[in-house]
Design a protein around this ligand. Sequence first.
Ligand code: ADP
Ligand code: MG
Length: 506
Amino acid sequence: MNDKSQAPAIELIGIDKKFGAVHANKNINLTVAKGSIHGIIGENGAGKSTLMSILYGFYQADQGTIRIAGEVTTIKDSQAAIAAGIGMVHQHFMLVENFTVLENLMLGAEGGALLAKGTDAARAALKKLEEDYELEVDPDAVVEELPVGLQQRVEILKAMYRGAEILILDEPTGVLTPAEADHLFKILGVLRDQGKTVLLITHKLREIMAITDTVSVMRRGEMVATRKTAETTVEELAELMVGRRVLLQVDKGAANPGEIYLSVRNLTVKDGRGVTMVDNVSFDVRAGEIVGIAGVAGNGQSELLEAITGIRKPTSGEIFICGEPVAGYDPAKLRSIGLAHIPEDRHHMGLVLSFEESQNSILGYHRDEQYGKGPFLSPDLVRQAAAVEIEKYDIRPPNPRLKTANFSGGNQQKIVVAREIERDPKLLIVGQPTRGVDIGAIEFIHKRIVETRDAGKAVLLVSVELDEIRSLSDRILVMFAGKVVGEKTPDTGEQTLGLMMAGIAA
Ligand SMILES: Nc1ncnc2c1ncn2[C@@H]1O[C@H](COP(=O)(O)OP(=O)(O)O)[C@@H](O)[C@H]1O
Ligand SMILES: [Mg+2]
């Protein structure tokens, strides 16, 4: 190309990457126009992060060419990416927490070792960046004291400070409130208007529709389509992502609440450091209803679930299951009286990845008589029972002998969901049921949760996905800073809930 200023910001040509047997990127071609917001959407495991990691120099492609602004560019590490004008906002921020914003900005940038000397110049540069991109943040604030949304802004500033012309954001809104996400989108709009190029990776269709100019869809390692955002629909994108039509809405009738199965009274829970995470919380969950707890991650939801499921001892207060005080019970005892638990972190608590599928399908229930007499399990009986769940929950591949680590995230989650729901509990406690799960499996898991309610069970759901809370819950409790700050109906607007989640309005 003769006129470099007309060249696309990024051209990926025939990018291919394998991790052993996993073909993460298959002959990917992608052109990103300068001065645009280009979204990349795809289910978990589609290969989005791998592709971005190649562009940022974390991984080397096995084959293929990268052109930046028309020039063939080799990106052998992140230093080379920065030199090529590429900045990245990571899923987990790479900031030094006990440094100030200004110190973080200077760190690793040119002359970073001479912190003191460069400070005035850096301060001036920061001020200019803030003005240009509407990125206000106190330069002297210590990073760990800033809310997550502001820490993310520091990451963006850092990239801009290093002269980024291209900014990559990989799932940037997972940790944000809706209001923080909206603010981020506003900033991205300003960056684009200033001629920067933004690559936004997400699995959220709403975000793609709201902010991008162009969207590319990845599925199983392939780039399957690119569309002008204005010319596509949520339905078309969802279908491209999974390769078939999906229901985005949860079909459910009205709740039919019965007696109280779970009662939490003045519950206070401290974390390992002695910090109060759940602060005098009271609520009930009745048979035949789903109560959802909305909140930004880290506002006490995890500790609340841990206390109810016997993993963490409450400091004070009471928990009743079907009228029985259970605050001191261990998880096994709780299971025996009708509590089932789909834990937030399936890798840590829900599954032993090195076990075969059938062993995980009875984890926690291995003393049940149906699996053999006395302390001895019968592997055949266990596999027979597992095969029934595999069939009913469409777990793939349908092989109870396969090591659990070899199932995809969505299928691993189905193993846990099947195990817990099939115990026919009275009370089902569900934490982040679809985290890291693809759209097809999300739909399936949501249906099973609603069926559990309709079978007369009480369901307590915790999720940081507000859409999930709104579409599944019959009543919504909002948690902020360890307290339940309000109760709302599921038709409450996202904005209202978002403000409550940010602790702004009750
Ligand atoms: N470092 C790695 N080693 C082995 N497999 C990997 C590695 N990184 C990613 N994968 C695999 O590559 C595939 C694509 O992953 P990823 O790019 O993270 O997808 P996405 O970001 O779209 O969720 C997945 O099957 C994942 O397990
Ligand atoms: Mg990813």
